[in-house]
Structure formats: structure tokens, C-alpha cells
Design a protein around this ligand. Structure first.
Ligand SMILES: Cc1cc2nc3c(=O)[nH]c(=O)nc-3n(C[C@H](O)[C@H](O)[C@H](O)COP(=O)(O)OP(=O)(O)OC[C@H]3O[C@@H](n4cnc5c(N)ncnc54)[C@H](O)[C@@H]3O)c2cc1C
Length: 464
């Protein structure tokens, strides 16, 4: 258990440079961030999104001709699970509500709550258990400009820059303006955010941010979000019916082409049923578990692109589906942890990213795509990666720096989940660095929506 003797030998190189790196950080001297040209160069050569390999053009539907990862295209071009005429809809058990929300993560549960708060009856149907979702796995925090030195304007600019000026401005505006309101709403519902002694929210930097605006609950922020959202939905039992282990299979439309519900599949009884509604919200999360280009993945097992497929088949279109986020710091060792997210907060707390020689090679707070591309370059082209016993490559994330910078006890207090996840395999991240490599984390694009979350299909919305 723990690192092999060879890896322990390499860790000595990290230890040899640590004191000096800590002192530099304490003086506020950081590794020089890349220029825009340098960012472009490393992205174009090393980020999987920019590679031709593994990408194909879609042959059918509204986005015909667009080039996406082949795993995604295979899903959206696949035969339907159920052929026309295979079931008679009017003979199936049918439930009705004002709103059908498909997906029981943070996006779906918030949508259900907001509909219920506005007097509507909701059915929230979800494939697994309510809360079995990526939301519950979110670690580092939730960003919102609610501090006096910050504003949604700066948050907006950071997002636009992080998106290399290609984002849809109205969506970024909606996100950044709503973020402080949502953080206030979550707190009102009882979310236990990390706070300072004076009661104000603790905020930290995320990648590519000019202000500290990451609000957290330890390194289990999503779990805390999901706890209060799920609790709150239980308090609205009269308005929100939650149906678990039921996957939506197809969106149903009325004679006017308006979304009118969904064909559902009960995973326990293996029976189809119908939910009719005046409007449908797709909140089924992402496609991480397609393991695009063979990358390890941080996502829960339900993240299999269902919503994309259903929405496309109903006539909606996609935006930015070519773009996938590879989180720079996924665990690369031990094998049991491979792909597991190592939250950005670890770098936010001061841990350096290092090569086999114990040297820094990238500024720790580059946007995630740039940071990932730089790690891939260092480990592949430059040959400065650490090889695990099964042949994976990785770079060090020097977590022991955290306690030297922030004081003893910080790792267990701020990163309890990471501490346990590594301790379980004999690695004490207070004393030994973590081995990391970029991991598939996030479907950046998805169903095309406007700033009111409307898709191109009347009555069909997408959230999350
Ligand atoms: C490990 C990890 C760490 C993260 N950390 C952060 C972070 O620190 N900060 C941050 O902002 N973001 C973070 N994220 C991203 C964030 O968690 C997601 O963007 C967000 O939670 C997505 O919410 P959602 O409701 O859209 O999707 P999800 O939370 O994934 O919920 C989707 C739900 O839909 C269900 N579903 C899927 N298909 C069907 C179907 N056919 N029928 C019915 N139900 C279906 C799923 O089972 C699931 O319950 C992290 C993600 C991961 C995986």
C-alpha cells in the first residue's frame, strides 16, 4: 500500500525543492502565467479538444456536419431504445403534472423547487436515487460574486476570458448575475458554507479568476448542496412527487410539436410508463461516462448523455458540444483512485504542480484547459512525467505545502474527503504529494438554450 519504493525515491526530489517554493509563495512570487499566445500554443498542440483524432461529423439532425467526439456522435446517432409502435402509449400507466423535471441532481431539484414555489405541481423523475448525481460529488465550491471587492461584472469577464471569448454572452450574463442570488438562496435553505470567524463567507480563488469568489463546504460542497435541496424538496411533498429508478427514454410531443411529457422506463419493474406535463425540463447532467478518448473520468455512473440524445431526437439542437473539460488534477495513483477529482481548492490552498524533477512548470491557476494541456505536454512531449507501476503518467501535486503555508490541521479541515480517500490506500497527503493527470470532468456544451433556458422545442427546457 502507498507509493512504491521507486516513487518514494522520486518524492525526495519534490521534498528537496519544497522549502524554497514555500518561501517564494509566502513572498507572493508565483510561476509566471502564460501569455495568450503561449496558451493558444499549448492548447492547440496538447488539449484533446483541439486534436483531429477521435472526432467525427454528425450525419443527422439539426447539427448535421458539426464535428464532435466520436463517442458522443455514436450515442446521438444510435438506434432508439424503443421503436415506434413497440409500445402503445395510451395503454401504459400514465401520471400527470404541470411540470416534468427529468434528473434529480442540483439542476433538476432546483428547477422543481422553483416551479413548486411558484405554485406548480411537479414530478421529478430520476434514473437512480434522488441525489445520485454529479452534484453530490462537487468538491471545491460554487462561484458567485457576492463580496464587496467583487462584482458579477468581474465574474462575467473572468468567464468570457476563460472561454477564450467564444462564450454566449447572454448565458454568461445570466449565470454571473444569478450566482450571488443562488448562493443567498442556498444559505437561506440551510446550506452550511465555510465561514470566517466574523460570520462572513470564506471565499477562495478558482482557476482563471481575478477575485476570490469560490464558496465552499469543506471539500464536499456538492454533497451539502444536494443535502439541502433534497431536504427542501421533501418539505414540498404536496407539490413535488419524486420518482426514483426511472429513466426518461423519449420526450413526447403533442400534435403542435410542443413537449408534453416523456416515455419513462422503470428500472426496477422493467416496465414503461408515461408522464404527461405542460412543460418538460431536461436536467440529466453530462456525458462524462462515455470516457471520451479513453480518459479517466470524475463523474458518477449515470452521466451517459441521455438528455442529449432525447433532446436531439425531439428536435432540439446543440451548442458547443465539441468541447469537453478535462480537469487538470485527477488522481493518477493509486489505481483505485484513478480519475477521482482532486479539487482545485488544493491548488487554491497553495499546492504546486511539479514534474519528475520536483520543478514547477505551470502557474497553478491557469484556466483548466490550459493547465491540463500544460500537464499533458510536460508528461508526454517533454518526458517529465512520473510513470506508475501500471504505466500511467502523472505529475506531482505538492499537498504537503498546504500545512506549511496555512498551518497544521488545514488539510484535514479543508480537504477531509481527499485526506480520507488517500489515507485509505496508505498515502498521507499532509506528508506526501498526490500524483495527478488530467481527467474527463465536464461536458462544456450541451442542449442549446437561451437565457431563459428554452430549447428550440416549445415547452422543452434544459437546466444544469
Ligand atoms: C467530482 C466532481 C466534482 C465537481 N466539483 C465541482 C465544483 O467544485 N464546483 C462546481 O461548480 N462544479 C463542480 N462539478 C460540476 C457540477 O457538479 C455539475 O456541473 C453539476 O452538479 C451538474 O448538475 P446537474 O443537475 O446538471 O447534473 P447531475 O448532478 O449530474 O444530475 C443529473 C441527474 O440526472 C439523472 N439522469 C441521467 N439520465 C437520466 C434519464 N435518462 N432519466 C432520468 N434521470 C436521468 C442522473 O442520474 C442524475 O441524477 C463537479 C463535478 C464532479 C463530477
Amino acid at each position: 500500500m502507498g507509493y512504491t519504493p521507486e516513487m518514494k525515491e522520486l518524492i525526495k526530489r519534490v521534498e528537496a525543492t519544497r522549502q524554497e517554493r514555500v518561501e517564494r509563495t509566502q513572498r507572493g512570487e508565483y510561476f509566471t502565467p502564460m501569455t495568450l499566445d503561449e496558451r493558444h500554443d499549448v492548447l492547440s498542440k496538447f488539449h484533446p479538444d483541439y486534436m483531429e483524432k477521435g472526432r467525427v461529423a454528425v450525419r443527422v439532425g439539426a447539427n448535421k456536419g458539426d464535428v464532435y467526439p466520436e463517442e458522443v456522435v455514436a450515442c446521438i446517432e444510435s438506434y432508439p431504445r424503443i421503436m415506434p409502435g413497440q409500445v402503445k402509449l395510451d395503454e401504459l400507466e400514465t401520471k400527470s403534472a404541470d411540470i416534468l423535471v427529468i434528473g434529480g441532481g442540483g439542476g433538476g431539484t432546483s428547477a422543481a423547487l422553483m416551479a413548486a414555489e411558484n405554485g406548480l405541481n411537479v414530478i421529478l423523475a430520476t434514473k437512480l436515487r434522488h441525489g445520485d448525481a454529479n452534484t453530490v460529488m462537487a468538491e471545491g465550491g460554487i462561484q458567485g460574486a457576492d463580496h464587496e471587492v467583487d462584482s458579477p461584472y468581474y465574474h462575467y469577464l473572468d468567464c468570457i476570458g476563460g472561454g477564450h471569448f467564444t462564450n454566449t454572452p447572454e448565458l454568461v450574463a445570466a449565470l454571473t448575475h444569478d450566482a450571488p442570488v443562488v448562493i443567498g438562496w442556498l444559505e437561506k435553505l440551510g446550506m452550511m458554507f465555510d465561514k470566517k470567524e466574523d460570520g462572513r463567507m470564506m471565499v477562495r480563488h478558482g482557476g482563471g479568476t481575478c477575485r476570490k469568489r469560490m464558496h465552499s463546504a469543506g471539500d464536499m460542497t456538492g454533497s451539502e448542496i444536494m443535502r439541502i435541496l433534497r431536504d427542501e424538496s421533501r418539505s414540498h411533498k404536496d407539490k413535488i412527487e419524486v420518482i426514483e429508478f426511472s429513466a426518461a427514454v423519449e420526450i413526447l410531443k403533442d400534435a403542435n410539436g410542443r413537449a408534453s411529457g416523456a416515455l419513462m422506463y422503470n428500472l426496477e419493474t422493467e416496465e414503461y410508463f408515461v408522464i404527461k406535463a405542460k412543460a418538460v425540463v431536461i436536467a440529466t447532467g453530462g456525458n462524462g461516462r462515455l470516457h471520451i478518448q479513453g480518459f479517466a473520468c470524475t463523474n458518477h455512473y449515470g452521466a451517459t448523455a441521455d438528455g442529449l440524445v432525447m433532446a436531439y431526437r425531439a428536435g432540439a439542437s446543440f451548442a458547443f458540444l465539441h468541447s469537453t473539460q478535462y480537469h487538470p488534477t485527477g488522481a493518477a495513483f493509486p489505481e483505485q483512485n484513478v480519475g477521482l477529482l482532486i479539487t482545485e481548492k488544493v491548488r487554491g490552498l497553495g499546492a504546486n504542480v511539479l514534474n519528475i524533477h520536483g520543478e514547477q512548470f505551470v502557474f497553478e491557476r491557469e484556466p483548466r484547459d490550459v493547465e491540463s494541456a500544460a500537464i499533458i505536454r510536460e508528461c508526454t512531449e517533454r518526458g517529465n512525467g512520473i510513470t506508475t507501476p501500471v504505466g500511467r503518467l502523472g505529475a506531482w501535486l505538492d499537498s504537503p505545502m498546504i500545512e506549511m503555508l496555512e498551518g497544521p490541521g488545514t488539510v484535514e479541515r479543508e480537504l477531509p474527503a481527499k485526506f480520507m480517500q488517500f489515507m485509505r490506500y496508505g498515502i498521507d497527503i499532509r506528508k506526501e504529494p498526490m500524483l495527478i493527470y488530467p481527467t474527463l470532468h465536464y461536458q462544456n456544451g450541451g442542449i442549446k438554450i437561451n437565457d431563459r433556458t428554452e430549447t428550440g422545442v416549445p415547452g422543452l427546457f434544459a437546466a444544469g
